[in-house]
Design a protein around this ligand. Structure first.
Ligand code: OFO
Length: 162
């Protein structure tokens, strides 16, 4: 049995993950409106991944016999100045999520909640990957700068994400 405090924090993380999904879907809409279909594809896939993160926590709470209480989602930002601006926001967001996951892991440790600590390990590893993958896109975009050809090539590369 996990504590009420832990259950509440995990419920809140469902909201964080669903908001991540919503934010990346909003970025996909922005990229589509700007004809960057590869970037839009990447963001759509990312949005689906975030939904699956939320569902992992949803299922875990059910398994440990705690009720899921969905909370209200904020409206995501809808426009960015450039593709780099959007991916920089995505990186900022992933760093925020890493902090949230670390807080949850710390709480599980403090409460000697070994089951939740073990469950959260997957998220700790996942965040390292998520931050690294967005960071590498940001760095490529900075390197490309204003060169349209470079940006078109990257758009086509990110369009390959399955
Ligand atoms: Fe992007 O890892 Fe979940 O939120």
């Amino acid at each position: 049995m996990i504590s009420e405090k832990m259950a509440k924090s995990l419920n809140n993380q469902i909201k964080e993950e669903l908001f991540s999904s919503y934010l990346y879907l909003s970025m996909a809409a922005y990229f589509t409106s700007q004809n960057w279909h590869g970037f839009a594809n990447w963001m759509k896939k990312q949005s689906q991944e975030e939904y699956s993160h939320a569902m992992k926590i949803f299922d875990y709470l059910n398994e440990v016999d705690k009720k899921v209480n969905l909370e209200q989602l904020d409206k995501p930002k809808t426009d960015w100045d450039t593709p780099l601006d959007a991916f920089e926001d995505a990186l900022k967001h992933e760093l925020h999520i890493t902090n949230k996951i670390n807080e949850l892991a710390k709480l599980a440790d403090d409460e000697n909640d070994f089951a939740t600590a073990n469950f959260l390990r997957w998220f700790v590893t996942e965040q390292v990957e998520e931050v690294a993958s967005v960071k590498s896109i940001v760095e490529k975009m900075k390197y490309i700068g204003d060169q349209k050809n470079g940006l078109l090539f990257l758009d086509s590369e990110l369009g390959k994400r399955q």
